[in-house]
Design a binder for this molecule. Sequence first.
Ligand SMILES: *Cc1c(COP(=O)(O)O)cnc(C)c1O
Length: 430
Amino acid sequence: MSKTNKETPGFETLSIHAGSRPEPVTGARNTPIYQTSSYVFEDTEHAADLFNLSRFGFIYSRLTNPTTSVLEERLATLENGKGAVATASGHAAQFITFFTLMEPGDEFIASKNLYGGSITQFGISFKKLGWNCKFVDPSNPKNFTKAISKKTKAIFLEVLANPGGIVVDLEEIVKIANEAEIPVIVDNTMASPFLLKPIDWGADLVIHSTTKYLNGHGTSMGGVVIESGKFDWSKNDKYPSLSKPDSAYHGLNFYETFGDFAFTTRARAVALRDFGPTLAPMNAFLTITGVETLPLRMERHVKNALEVAKYLELHPAIEWVSYSGLKSSPFYDLSQKYFPLGPGAVFTFGVKGGYEAGKTMVENVNLFSHLANVGDTRSLIIHPASTTHRQLTEEQLIAAGAGPDVIRVSIGLESIEDIIDDLDKALSCK
Ligand SMILES: *Cc1c(COP(=O)(O)O)cnc(C)c1O
């Protein structure tokens, strides 16, 4: 093979090949679905080594599975991370992440511009575990500085925020977190690693709901947490789960032993082991297949989204469009900085006539599907105030960019003429 001077293969190549190799027994080229709950040990010593984490291998599919491992390695590679743990859903990834970082009574700071389900998980359910979340307006990074206390263990944000059009200045927030010696966690679901690699901007942990663009076809739930391998968990006493001996593993110190993949090892060996939100191998297989075409799909998603946003912006029945790819967006400059390839394909707009006009529009689309998902091949539409963000108060709705007049679209991969034609017809309905 001729030598190239390129250090690593391109993103498209990695999307197809990272983490996978032909199956050694049969030569099967595609990653098989290892539909098994358990794995035979060579002997008792082998079994003991696996249980002690002194040797890597497969024990039981709650912890590891060969199909899921391929997905984990591929996503860690695409995000420029050192390790990954896949989970049953995006919310499960968030849960095992905070379980690994937090003790009861601890705090973390989250951007208030998040997926509605995350606001509920952080603000209500996590409270029952003694984990307190402070929400701040991310448009001024100083708000994070002001909210930091001795008990703060992490900062959580979406750079490209769900539902719409908001871009958060990650680089500035990373500086604040570095100063406070705490990690930055980015939920990168809306961008995917094709459009943004948060670790390259200094993020320490990256989370995805793989249910969305990584799977890409609306066929399975899934989540993942990826670690950069760059955070020093021992430089202060804030992360005892990682930097102190673990009695459940004969005094094993995860950071000393596993270094740049200590976080994911601990998240798997303790949080996944004890709570069990494991990704099914079938869903891992479907997501691996989805990831192979991620670059192609994302290119077309953002191209179609920009055309639709431009069309809506000029439409007389539309009050406003919030898409950071439009020059009219207050986030246009930040969008150019973080998303040179395009700021995703999920955005919001308001129809003149508010709630009722919005409802009429959602009820009169034909090609668009009215449902609660994003990142499908199909174009999707929803009225967040009455669905995904329903649990929020009026104040939280407006704060999250999901006020009563707001419609959210996820622009799919159909012919652009058909997408626009469908919106055009729905907007002419009274
Ligand atoms: C969907 C979503 C989640 C939650 O993921 P699930 O797979 O539905 O559990 C979290 N964050 C964002 C940005 C999402 O879009």
